[in-house]
Design a protein around this ligand. Structure first.
Ligand SMILES: [Zn+2]
Length: 296
């Protein structure tokens, strides 16, 4: 498997940790949306965080959606992940280009801007759990760290990184989430904080050839960590003509009638994977009939 994530525990189960390598997943997102480097980095970080958060969901059909509404030129980002190590997402404007920051890094916070991050956990119950924070940085990892502390009351450290090559392909992508459970002893917290402050960035570690296991060994080795699970992760949409048709049905008979009157087949693109679905006039008439019948 090229892309995978691990789940681990450390310090006698007082710490839970996740680490992932997601180069192919982020490259697939880039190819689907034709993202510029700064948008590849922003979306790749959110996808990597999302797939790890999705894996925390225990319910079979659970979904987590991460929505960023920012005032930067990218406009906003959406990522949805399931509990089976799949994630998908898009950037409102995937073609934003910005100069590099003085430190040579892609200016993700410049593209995202100031705004909010909303995390929607849909566990298949009547109401989803929704938490919204004001993003402290727009760099995404810090924002997720803040989300966990504020909205879920779980002290966490999130590291996410995407390295884009000169030809705009994804060279490295990955990340980690480390969470402290309430019983974590103070001395463990102190030494973990020192450790986190001293390690290099996720992309530097990945570029040095480190695997997710190596990254957690580096961060948590002194606390005795144990890998509990290892799973392949991937960019996966799961859209179908049926689902797109449902979306068309929901837009109302007046609009469908206009499309029928237009006399041309229509093409609907999936937001997440850019796959195109074509609806001919007989399909549109069938959809219209369904709408009219359901109104009676
Ligand atoms: Zn799709």
């Amino acid at each position: 498997m090229t892309d995978y994530m691990i789940r681990a525990t450390a310090a006698n189960d007082a710490i839970r940790a996740f680490a992932a390598t997601t180069r192919q997943m982020v490259e697939d997102a880039r190819l689907a949306h034709d993202t510029t480097p700064v948008c590849t980095a922003a979306l790749g970080r959110l996808l990597t965080g999302g797939v790890m958060i999705g894996s925390m969901l225990k319910e079979d059909r659970a979904l987590v959606t991460l929505q960023i509404h920012g005032d930067g030129p990218a406009g906003g980002l959406t990522v949805t992940a399931d509990s089976h190590f799949h994630a998908k997402g898009y950037v409102n404007d995937p073609h934003v280009q910005l100069p590099l920051k003085p430190n040579g890094k892609l200016d993700v916070s410049g593209a995202v801007g100031r705004g909010t991050m909303t995390v929607i956990r849909d566990l298949g119950l009547k109401e989803p759990y929704v938490g919204t924070i004001d993003m402290p940085s727009g760099e995404i990892a810090e924002d997720l760290t803040y989300y966990f502390a504020e909205s879920e009351q779980v002290p966490s450290s999130v590291g996410l990184g995407v390295l884009v090559d000169r030809d705009w392909s994804v060279k490295q992508a990955g990340g980690f989430i480390i969470q402290l459970l309430p019983e974590t002893p103070d001395e463990v917290i102190d030494s973990l904080e020192k450790k986190l402050a001293s390690v290099s960035s996720v992309t530097t570690m990945l570029e040095a050839g480190m695997t997710p296991e190596d990254i957690l060994q580096e961060l948590l080795g002194e606390f005795g960590f144990e890998v509990m699970e290892k799973n392949e992760v991937s960019y996966y949409c799961g859209c179908s003509a049926e689902r797109i048709e449902k979306a068309l049905i929901s837009i109302g008979p007046k609009d469908i009638q206009e499309m029928i009157d237009g006399g041309e087949p229509i093409e609907v693109g999936c937001q997440f994977c850019a796959k195109k679905y074509r609806f001919d006039i007989p399909d549109l008439k069938r959809i219209y009939d369904i709408q009219i019948r359901s109104k009676r």
